[in-house]
Design a protein around this ligand. Structure first.
Ligand SMILES: Cc1ncc(COP(=O)(O)O)c(C=O)c1O
Length: 463
């Protein structure tokens, strides 16, 4: 299958075709009726045994998703975060172009082959037979997805709404919580506009106050982050809305401690999880926030325009839906009342399940370890380059997968353009302000060698 005009790994390694509707719709994603056009699947049974015996056997493994999945299931233990051979195999499950160094997970991630396959299979299935009868199965699939997502985040399926992205999830909270003139909402100036400007817009209409805390870069300590929020609370504070890992400079907020403070005072605590969902092993029950929003097209490597909103069960009766249309009733169970938007893109929701399956197969802890390994490797090297300021904390308790740095003598836009034009390194940037600089966000499809090449490029720009 060619996904673009260029020859991609995806195109080069295997062609998988779908030979009809799913055989069984309740079950794992490998129960679909795949027919591989390569010899790889046939090789798999014999290579499986050697895979179990030693890590170097990864080298012998085929790129085929089904073979890869079977081999991983048979593996005796999770692979090390720095086993480049294993991670090279993971990379082959993505359609990334060969000469592209993609370091922008914080914005959008490529979807893996099983996600792309599932999405296109179900799009064909849906379009071939859009009858109510054929579409009935999507209800079941959506609920199965909700269960899996709940298990991943350690919350009940009933506490999850399936949204279109983080912005939408956060805006449902912004619009849905009761507030009156005189109330206060506490945010930080490093929140994304969806968790910052959205509060200000509503406040302008309704007359409550929005108090903005300035974030120091890099963060001094967890204690300082906690006490800054605590000191910002007044008897009028009704909502605290912060970001789990900031997209500006990558600060990991002590969400659990802040949620505890909020809970004691009856304040609603919303957490923007855009940069932590499927990047860190997030346990929402342990954190104890009231709501958490995230996108599936970022670190989860899911389909575009899919996301989640968690609302703690005790809080669900207190939040209003932003959209009400056919299918909505007061009796919808749990957070489902927040996701009735009219006709949804059902095949995309099914593809979202494949993304959860992909992450579960690799293991969220293994993924976090790999992401942290790459980000730390990068930060350590950057911190040693003269003339470059690392803006992200090195301490694991204050950082996640986002890396920000600023080259002192080179304008940020110039450095950003040069990374792309001369090295084909795709990143994000902030042109000015306290979080000015180049943002790198490596993920499991990146190799250590790619990080080293990015660091070398920064070094040559700084010299
Ligand atoms: C912290 C944070 N929140 C929210 C968003 C918005 O995400 P989306 O555009 O997927 O809604 C982003 C996007 O990068 C982000 O970094």
């Amino acid at each position: 299958m060619m996904l673009s005009g260029t020859s991609t790994r995806y195109a080069a390694t295997e062609r998988i075709s779908f030979t009809g509707p799913p055989k069984r719709l309740i079950g794992g994603f490998d129960q679909f009726n795949y027919r591989s056009t390569t010899k790889y699947n046939r090789q798999m049974d014999t290579s499986r045994r050697s895979f179990c015996l030693s890590i170097p056997a990864f080298v012998a493994l085929p790129a085929s998703w089904t073979a890869f999945a079977s081999a991983l299931r048979a593996a005796p233990s999770a692979p090390d975060a720095n086993n480049e051979t294993y991670w090279a195999l993971v990379k082959r499950q993505f359609p990334l172009e060969d000469n592209l160094i993609y370091l922008n997970a914080a914005n959008v991630c490529p979807a893996s082959r099983p996600v792309l396959d599932r999405h296109s299979e179900f799009m064909r299935d849906f379009q071939a037979n859009p009858s109510f009868q054929n579409r009935l199965k999507y209800e079941t699939l959506r609920e199965r997805l909700r269960e899996k997502m709940g298990a991943m985040l350690r919350v009940s399926a009933d506490e999850l709404a399936i949204t279109r992205n983080t912005s939408e999830g956060t805006n449902i909270v912004v619009k849905g919580v009761d507030l009156k003139p005189g109330d206060e909402v506490l945010i930080t100036d490093h929140n994304h506009p969806s968790n910052n400007d959205s509060w200000k817009v509503r406040a302008q209409r309704e007359g409550f106050a929005v108090k903005v805390l300035p974030v120091r870069v890099p963060a001094a300590s967890r204690d300082e982050l906690i006490s800054q929020v605590e000191k910002g609370i007044t008897p009028r504070t009704k909502v605290i809305a912060i970001t789990h890992v900031t997209s500006t400079t990558g600060i990991l907020y002590p969400a659990r401690e802040i949620a505890g403070i909020a809970r004691q005072r009856g304040i609603w605590m919303h957490l923007d999880g855009a940069q932590t969902f499927a990047s860190l092993d997030v346990n929402l029950k342990d954190i104890g926030c009231d709501s958490y929003s995230a996108s599936a097209h970022k670190w989860l490597m899911g389909p575009l325009e899919a996301g989640i909103l968690y609302v703690r069960s005790e809080r669900i009766p207190q939040i209003w839906p932003s959209i009400v249309t056919a299918g909505w009733t007061d009796h919808l169970k749990g957070a489902r009342k927040l996701e009735v938007y009219g006709q949804r893109d059902d095949p995309r929701i099914v593809a979202l399940e494949a993304a959860i399956d992909f992450v579960s197969l690799i293991g969220i802890r293994t993924m976090e370890a790999r992401g942290r390994f790459l980000a730390t490797h990068m930060k350590q090297q950057i911190s040693e380059i003269g003339g470059v300021k690392l803006k992200t904390n090195l301490e694991p308790e204050l950082s996640g997968g986002v890396v920000k740095c600023d080259i002192n003598r080179v304008p940020t836009k110039q450095a950003y353009d040069s990374l792309w034009n001369q090295h084909r390194i795709s990143i994000a940037m902030t042109a000015s302000g306290d979080s000015q600089g180049l943002r790198f966000s490596p993920h499991i499809y990146n190799s250590r060698e790619e990080i080293d090449r990015a660091v070398a490029a920064i070094k040559s720009l700084a010299s």
